[in-house]
Design a protein around this ligand. Structure first.
Ligand code: NAP
Length: 375
């Protein structure tokens, strides 16, 4: 395999290093914006040098973001090249374009590192689907949020201090919005549901709430009730209808989710014969992520393309009603739905997920967390 590598940052450099000693693949060109010299690959600032090199059969996209990543990946596929990427934003947002194009062009397209970093989550989902129906996917998919929530729980520190610590350790970016507002988890849930259920979820029908407004006093309230707060993603399919949402959720202390420490991920599926399976590990980092990119390259070499065929477009309808913990804002509509107070915060009677997220959109300073559902 002759690889054109786009980007030489955290993931790109890791891929370059892991590929270097291998006999079955070689990085022959690297696209970057800086001046860089490499021993065994030509560096270019011009993507066309990769696109128009007929000896390059595979493009590894590691520049991130939507543009020009989307345009480069589309052009690569149109030139008959396989594509491997860790870019969850691009795959989630342009799923309807990228997967049909890969199928039409007969090229391999894989993105295992885009969900779970070093965990082989998507490739395992692919195997599960070979013999059974997946009814549920979800879990803790963002290490940055888990690190912040875990630090707040363990030490009592406030959100700002926990975020600053995550940034100092390289777990959070200078602008942490994509992580703390739940967008990264949202992208990963959508890719997981698309692969697990063989559909294409309408992104805009999947509600998302993040952890930006959580306070140390919220954590104290949760502890007083034996709960631990996690940012959880959930997607389910039943009898042809689909539900999906991302929101802070209270997990009883001692459960698997509640026990996930620092920046780890815990991602779970439910299959109709194998039952519940959970995958735990490093959701990010140079080498865990590069590891799965290289695994994808090996899979391409072995003729394995995307994890499922392109499926029908579906709109999510969340019929489930949940009780929510709400702090940081209130109004008459919320008070009407109040069941009790935890400290100064309100706990609602069961309300629809749709209603709660709409209310949150109108109260951007508020924090919500779903109470656990009795199973
Ligand atoms: N880091 C992780 O642990 C991790 C885990 C899972 C998935 N991912 C995904 O992997 C992708 C890459 O992430 P990363 O952490 O490696 O990002 P990164 O460290 O910021 O690296 C991106 C690199 O791409 C370069 N680049 C950006 N736009 C470019 C362009 N138009 N032309 C040429 N080079 C360009 C950047 O160059 P400059 O240095 O000049 O800006 C930078 O070196 C993202 O989609 C991310 O979501 C990352």
């Amino acid at each position: 395999m002759r690889i054109g590598l786009l980007g030489f940052g955290t993931v790109g450099k890791g891929v370059y290093k892991l590929v270097a000693p291998r006999a079955d693949m070689q990085v022959v060109r690297v696209l970057c914006r800086r001046d860089l010299e490499l021993d065994d690959a030509a560096v270019t600032h011009n993507f066309d040098d990769i696109l128009n090199d007929p000896t390059i059969d595979t493009v590894v996209e590691a520049i991130g973001g939507l543009h020009p990543a989307r345009e480069y990946v589309i052009a690569a596929m149109e030139h008959g090249k396989n594509v491997v990427t860790a870019n969850k934003a691009m795959v989630a947002v342009y799923y309807d374009e990228l997967l049909p194009l890969a199928q039409r062009m007969g090229v391999h397209f894989r993105c295992t590192a885009s969900v779970g970093g070093g965990i082989g989550w998507l490739s395992e989902l692919e195997r599960v689907r070979r013999i059974e129906t997946v009814s549920h996917v979800g879990g803790i998919m963002n290490g940055t949020c888990n690190f912040i929530l875990d630090s707040m729980h363990r030490t009592g520190m406030d959100y700002k201090a926990a975020l600053a610590q995550a940034q100092a350790l390289g777990y959070a970016e200078a602008d942490p919005s994509t992580d703390v507002d739940g967008i990264d988890t949202w992208h990963k849930l959508i890719i997981s549901a698309n692969v697990g259920f063989g559909v294409s979820l309408d992104l805009n029908s999947v509600p998302v709430a993040g952890i930006r407004n959580i306070q140390a006093s919220d954590i104290e309230n949760f502890k007083a009730h034996g709960m631990v707060c996690k940012l959880l993603s959930t997607a389910k399919q039943q009898d042809g209808s689909y539900s999906a949402y991302v929101q802070p959720t209270l997990c009883p202390a001692g459960t698997l989710e509640a026990s996930v420490p620092t920046n780890y991920n815990l991602i779970t599926l439910s299959g109709n014969t194998s039952g519940r399976q959970s995958f735990y590990g490093q959701g990010a980092g140079r080498y865990p992520t590069a590891y799965n990119v290289v695994q994808d390259c090996i899979d391409c070499l072995r003729g394995r393309g995307f994890y499922c065929s392109y499926g029908k477009k579906v709109t999510v309808i969340n019929k489930l009603k949940l009780s929510y913990y709400v702090s940081g804002a209130t109004d008459d509509a919320l008070e009407e739905r109040k069941a009790l107070n935890w400290g100064d915060a309100v706990v609602t009677r069961p309300v629809s997920i749709h209603w709660m997220h709409q209310w949150l959109d109108a109260h951007p300073g508020a924090f919500i967390a779903a109470l656990p559902v009795e199973e």
